[in-house]
Design a protein around this ligand. Structure first.
Ligand code: PBG
Ligand code: ZN
Length: 329
């Protein structure tokens, strides 16, 4: 006597009926990079299909996103002028503040704007906070102070979701405190709670112009060998008040996604990062894989591992594919 698993695989309708995980357009958050200027739309060589854009171009882009059913973006600011503490990120006239205000003016509540909160795009040294030169690293607690300032800049400009990505200890608590003290009790925090020091971020540093000018990020981002610590990082951010947790990168870390899914009741996001995107693109271009099929299989693996939300540069293509297919074909 053996079990006939194939009974529920005989045709597309029954396969659809018993399908356990499904990628949907509403799962996606689409990253966008705001540059100074007007009419700027510059493609990133290492990330075909991904652009740095001026705010007017981003506003046009968002119209296209909404048509595809994509109504959530993650916004990064890339200032023209950088300095040691990332002053542009702390100014209400800085690129991120203006971008959020202008996009909000046009789309209001139809579009959710998540804002990436970090300093590496804004500092001349490219690290994620204020330097501690004595230790050749980033000063955790000094960075928390400017993190609170940046959080308020995002909040007052109209961000719908604050997404701190710098991996300083105590970040979520610091942001939650300052938001609550200033009347933003209902503004949620999506923490990059378990973020690994990863070579998969390579292409992003081109688009965000955020490559560290010396050293690396290993004294604040996580060692990719550590599974228990990965869980502890996310649970700590939950305890500090995060509303949504995140694992980043996604594909090489699905075991961690599953661990966190089982240990927390919070919504869980994965960041399908730049290197993951560029690898698929390159392999598709080289003709060694069926790009669209590998893409959907990859995205589905995130859902199966336990993620609810997917930040991905593939979001537009995926939304198009989902709209074209009847789901089960
Ligand atoms: C900055 C930040 C990074 C990413 C998002 N926010 C990169 C880094 O830590 O260097 C990575 C995004 C990607 O690779 O797509 N704190
Ligand atoms: Zn950073």
């Amino acid at each position: 006597m053996f079990k006939r698993f194939r009974r529920v695989r005989v045709n597309p309708i029954i396969r659809d009926l018993v399908e356990e995980s499904r990628v949907e357009t509403r799962d996606f958050i689409y990253p966008l990079f705001a540059k100074e200027g007007k009419g700027v739309k510059k493609e990133i060589v290492s990330m075909p299909g991904v652009f740095q854009m001026s705010v007017d171009e981003i506003i046009k882009e968002c119209e296209g996103l909404l048509k595809l059913g994509l109504n959530k973006i993650l916004l990064f600011g890339i200032p023209d002028v950088k300095d040691s503490i990332g002053s542009d990120a702390l100014s209400e006239d800085g690129i991120i503040a203006r971008a959020v205000r202008e996009i909000k003016k046009v789309y209001g509540k139809d579009l959710l704007i998540a804002t990436d909160l970090c300093f590496c795009e804004y500092t001349d040294h490219g690290h994620c906070g204020i330097l501690d030169l004595e230790h050749n690293s980033v000063d955790n607690d000094a960075t928390l102070e400017i993190t609170q300032k940046q959080a308020l800049i995002h909040a007052y400009s109209g961000s719908d979701l604050i997404a701190p990505s710098g991996m300083m200890d105590g970040t979520v608590e610091a942001i939650r405190d300052v938001l609550d003290e200033n009347g933003f009790v209902n503004l949620p925090i999506m923490s990059y709670s378990t973020k690994f020091s990863s070579a998969y971020y390579g292409p992003f540093r081109d688009v965000a112009e955020s490559c560290p000018s010396f050293g690396d990020r290993k004294s604040y981002q996580m060692n990719f060998s550590n599974r228990r610590e990965a869980l502890a990082e996310s649970l700590e951010d939950e305890a500090q008040g995060a509303d949504i947790l995140m694992v980043k990168p996604a594909l090489a870390y699905l075991d961690i996604v599953r661990d966190i899914r089982e240990a927390s009741l919070l919504p869980l996001c994965v960041y399908n990062v730049s290197g993951e995107y560029s690898m698929l693109k390159a392999a598709g271009k080289a003709g060694v894989i069926d790009y669209e099929k590998v893409l959907m299989e990859t995205l589905t693996s995130f859902k199966r591992a336990g993620a609810d939300i997917i930040i991905s540069y593939h979001a537009k293509e995926a939304a198009e594919l989902l709209a074209k297919s009847k789901g089960y074909l």
